[in-house]
Design a protein around this ligand. Structure first.
Ligand code: AMP
Ligand code: MG
Length: 486
């Protein structure tokens, strides 16, 4: 375990030079104080968890101090926002501080969000508010604990600095960890600004550092694009299977690694609703829950367009066609597991779809349904769940088919509860839980953020005294308007 001054740095992206990022020093926030830190994220840097309690920790992650070996930089990128191309985005309030190499040889970007203005800030103040920093922290760590690929969050540092959004709010900084902060939008930037040499440098960097296994393929760039398509198909399958709505799937928010990235007005579904829109500025529902699948494909097409400089169009098109079938296979696999099924039958997708339709018409809690379905014996579990549905005859028909389906599996009942509870969380990051923790934090009490974070690090295990975190949301908590300003 290391102390903060014992980290090993290796700033590979920074070494690509000024065409890719601009050196900017973080602009500190006043009176830094630790709001919350993730012990498991600290572990990725080999950091001793006790280091989070030191004043130096809050100073480093609020811009007051900087390692000598750090090389803080704002990255340049562009991207498609709500379908329209925006030629110049970039880190407007984030800085890639440094890359840390841990003892396992892994590289982790240290990225400070809310670090002040950069050449890419446009009209923004370069800050992040406490509310959105806490939301991103909790979501990254909760997704990771669910087994869903995501950027990680090291800590949130609060401050007495205030910023103006719809109202006056406190500023904070979030430190994000990821093996890379390169987005689809990075490739688009060099494509649309017609800088093929620089684009090639970027592609080779990503290939060498993040897709080394593709280098030996006959066409390394195509192999890399194919892997990106595969990873996105798997990622979106996870989102759909677990009811995660990203909310702002612009191409600048899509990681080149296929991990969940850049959290805005995200939400986990409470009641199942395929048309759910978590982003209140998304009037047309471009990024609704159900649209995440076609939008991911759209985003991959935008990336493919940018890669036409190095890969033949026909090969890109064929590779893009893999997305949907790959997604469907992953999704079905995850849903079979959520239903406790261990074998495959042709009608399984129909069984899933029929269930979701009934859940939607009944306003059934998406997470708790699967959790409770895992109780034994299954017939009793179904009987208890029945009360949540409005169309009882519809539910009974489904339940009879499901029961018969389970009975066709010779050993379905063996280890069923453990098997299902291991994939069906009891605790998810419901918006109202985050909201309660944020309100306490805004009043200076960080204990609720820390407790919620702890609960969410073990989402599949029933935790003593934490029943309140596993309840359906109260009425006020179901329709929270999550502000997009952050
Ligand atoms: P986001 O909505 O966080 O994905 O950000 C979209 C773009 O706006 C990125 O280029 C951000 O860096 C930039 N941005 C968002 N908020 C701010 C802010 N408060 N100050 C400066 N730039 C910002
Ligand atoms: Mg973004």
């Amino acid at each position: 375990m290391k102390a903060l001054d014992q980290l090993t740095f290796d700033n590979r992206f920074a070494s690509l030079g000024d065409a890719f990022s601009t050196q900017v020093l973080p602009d500190p926030i006043a009176d830094p104080r630790l709001v919350v830190a993730s012990e498991s994220a600290m572990g990725l840097l080999d950091l001793d968890p006790a280091q989070a309690q030191l004043p130096l920790f809050a100073e480093l992650f609020s811009g007051h101090k900087l390692w000598e070996e750090a090389d803080p930089r704002a990255m340049v990128y562009s991207g498609h926002q709500f379908g329209s191309y925006n030629p110049r985005l970039g880190d407007g309030r984030g800085l890639l501080l440094a890359e840390v190499r841990n003892e396992r040889g892994e590289h982790w970007d240290l990225h400070l969000k809310g670090a002040g203005q950069t050449p890419y800030s446009r009209m923004g103040d370069g800050r992040a508010v406490l509310r959105s920093s806490i939301r991103e922290f909790l979501a990254s760590e909760a997704l990771h604990a669910l087994g869903i690929p995501s950027s990680r969050a090291l800590c949130v540092i609060g401050s007495s600095t205030t910023v103006w959004r719809e109202t006056r709010e406190s500023a904070a900084m979030l430190t994000r960890l990821a093996p890379s902060h390169v987005r689809f939008g990075h490739f688009e930037y060099f494509y649309y600004t017609k800088q093929p040499e620089q684009q090639r440098v970027l592609i080779d960097h990503v290939l060498a550092e993040h897709y080394p296994e593709c280098r030996d393929a006959e066409q390394p760039y195509l192999a890399m694009f194919r892997t990106i398509v595969e990873r996105n198909a798997e990622l979106i399958a996870y989102w759909q299977a677990y009811g995660f709505c990203h909310g702002v799937m612009n191409t600048d928010n899509m990681s080149i690694l296929g991990i969940t990235f850049d959290f805005g007005p995200f939400a986990f579904l409470d009641d199942f609703n395929a048309n759910f829109i978590c982003n209140h500025s998304d009037d047309r529902g471009r990024y609704s829950y159900a649209n995440q699948v076609p939008i991911a494909h759209w985003n991959l097409s935008a990336l493919a367009q940018a890669l036409t400089t190095v890969i033949e169009v026909e090969a890109l098109k064929q590779t893009l066609e893999l997305f949907l079938p790959l997604y469907q296979a992953h999704y079905l696999d995850l849903m079979r597991r959520r239903l406790g099924l261990t074998s495959a039958e042709d009608e399984d997708m129909a069984l899933v779809e029929r269930l979701l339709q009934r859940m939607q018409s009944g306003g059934v809690d998406y997470t708790l349904f699967f959790r409770r379905l895992g109780e034994q014996p299954v017939a009793d579990a179904l009987q208890l769940l029945r009360d949540d549905f409005i169309d009882l005859a519809g539910f009974d028909a489904w339940a009879a088919d499901y029961l018969a389906r389970c009975q066709r599996e010779a050993d379905n009942a063996t280890g069923r509860r453990e098997r299902m509870h291991a994939v069906n969380p009891l605790y998810i990051l419901r918006n109202y839980l985050a909201q309660r923790a944020i309100e306490a934090a805004e009043a200076g009490d960080y204990s609720e953020v820390r407790r919620l974070h702890q609960v969410l690090t073990r989402p599949f295990e029933e935790q003593a005294g934490m029943q309140a975190y596993a309840e359906r949301p109260p009425e006020w908590g179901k329709h929270l308007e999550i502000s997009c300003s952050s």
